[in-house]
Design a protein. Structure first.
Length: 102
């Protein structure tokens, strides 16, 4: 299993992208939660609210999801990170294979 982590401008954008990813059947699940971020932009410290979009998928779908996010995230510099898991329980693996299209 691979987690894809990105941030969205708000929960509505995260839900929209998550729904589209799920309808394409390229992920088994998406998790969304609110965040507060501190970051530098144009040499100024900024504080902002947004939403995390955590996508649970498998390795063959990563590039497709990254391309989709790159085209659809409404942000100047999107951060799209993948996190590979070293272990996943058998039931979780089996469930993912029933959800993600080949």
């Amino acid at each position: 299993m691979v987690f894809i982590y990105t941030t969205c401008k708000d929960a509505e954008q995260a839900k929209d992208l998550g729904r589209r990813i799920m309808k394409a059947r390229v992920a088994a699940c998406v998790d969304i939660w609110p965040i507060e971020s501190l970051y530098f932009w144009e040499n100024e410290l900024r504080e902002d609210h947004g939403a995390v979009l955590m996508i649970k998928t498998n390795e063959p779908k990563v590039a497709e999801i990254e391309n989709f996010l790159t085209k659809n995230l409404v942000t100047t510099v999107p951060i799209i990170a993948t996190l590979n898991t070293h272990r996943l329980n058998r039931e979780g693996k089996e469930w993912m294979t029933t959800v993600i299209k080949p």
